[in-house]
Ligand binder design. Structure first.
Ligand code: ADP
Ligand code: MG
Length: 350
């Protein structure tokens, strides 16, 4: 069951974006507790170095519970979730929401404004217009249909207010909706990291699909290493190699579009990432952008907007703001990668 994601990202999805590499069990020096589970139409996994109070079963139980609470608030596939209630709330009157949901929406709006609206959590009508809704049927909307869908979007039409004991959300037009598909995995990874911290675990790695958080060191006492998938040939997406990245306690996530696409009537590829300005799927040669930053919610929100912009603009923005990003661009004869200055230290894995 898809929860956040419009398009299922299978276990391969983690290889597609960022993955854990270098997990050589045979050379393990310390105990590890490892679990994997399902959430948001994809999977999550947790590795704890040393012991977890209550063992793997207890860890799984607690992680599932954390993610279930999150889905109950934020999934648009659960028609009774708090977010679905807001989407069904066909009114411009404010609605009370949990502080948790308010936090995610405020962080997503902030990321959106930082990128001049390129990440837009109100984009669902356009996503559906292009056939990237749950049925995944390719559609090719007319100019009028695009304009109609676009009129139902806009970050400027969404308002969240938080006071000491209450958070409310309000829309300027009754049919505005919020879809947290693009930040769900990141927020999930942050929540799992919070769980680890609250249990006093100092060495762990948690991943919800391609959004990863880690702390401390791995079971061999060295830095956690994550791999950015670098495709070797677009026609044969199974083939790739990994660029090793030492995240040094930071969050990492990737936005990439060469797997989730449909072919348009014009023969061109339409990806599931939509440019909120044009109302059309992005149509450039950037195949993935990886972002490293303080929280996975933040990196997950930023990577999508940077993908809307494409590699060149993303790199100039990242260099101006000292943000670590790694981009992969399709060229005539293969793929080429680029990275911002702030990325260098994460590529220098010892
Ligand atoms: P990726 O892993 O490729 O970044 P995600 O699954 O994280 O993709 O997010 C893509 C989903 O986000 C789409 O399926 C759609 O629901 C939504 N989306 C598409 N374009 C945007 C956008 N510009 N801003 C925010 N969300 C978007
Ligand atoms: Mg994203």
């Amino acid at each position: 069951m898809l929860l956040f994601k419009k398009l299922a990202i299978t276990t391969l999805g983690i290889l597609f974006s960022v993955s854990l590499v270098g997990c050589d069990i045979s050379s393990t020096q310390q105990n590890e507790v490892k679990i994997t589970g399902k959430t948001m139409g994809t999977f999550y996994n947790i590795t704890v170095v040393g012991d977890y109070p209550g063992g793997a079963e207890q860890l799984k139980h607690e992680a599932d519970e954390v993610l279930a609470v999150l889905n109950k608030e934020m999934s648009i596939f659960d028609k009774n979730s708090m977010l679905s209630k807001f989407n069904q709330h066909n009114s411009t009157e404010p609605m009370e929401i949990s502080s948790n949901l308010a936090d995610v929406i405020i962080a997503s709006i902030r990321a959106g404004y930082l990128l001049n609206g390129a990440t837009d959590i109100t984009i669902e009508p356009l996503v559906s217009a292009w056939g990237f809704g749950p049925d995944k049927l390719a559609k090719f909307p007319t100019k009028e249909e695009i304009a109609q869908a676009k009129a139902k979007t806009g970050l400027d039409k969404l308002h969240v207010e938080v006071s000491a004991n209450k958070a409310t959300i309000r829309k300027d037009i009754p049919d505005l909706t919020v879809d947290l598909a693009t930040v769900g995995e990141g927020f999930g990874a942050d929540k799992l990291a919070e769980l680890m911290d609250s249990r006093g675990i100092n060495n762990y790695m948690v991943a919800v699909a391609g959004a990863i958080r880690s702390k401390g060191h791995n079971s061999r006492g060295t830095d956690w290493v994550v791999g950015i998938e670098h495709p070797s040939n677009e026609q044969d997406v199974g083939k790739h190699y990994d660029i090793p990245v030492c995240t040094r306690g930071q969050a990492i996530s990737t936005s990439g579009s060469y797997r989730n696409y449909v072919i348009g009537k014009d023969g061109k590829r339409k990806t599931h990432i939509i440019d909120p300005t044009s109302g059309e799927p992005i149509n450039h040669n950037t195949v993935s952008i990886t972002v490293i930053g303080p929280s996975a919610l933040w990196t997950d929100a930023i990577d999508t907007g940077l993908m809307v912009w494409g590699s060149e603009k993303a790199l100039s923005f990242a260099n101006d703001r000292n943000i670590a990003i790694y981009t992969i661009v399709k060229t005539e004869d293969g793929f080429k990668s680029h990275y911002s200055r702030a990325m260098q230290k994460y590529l220098d894995c010892k």
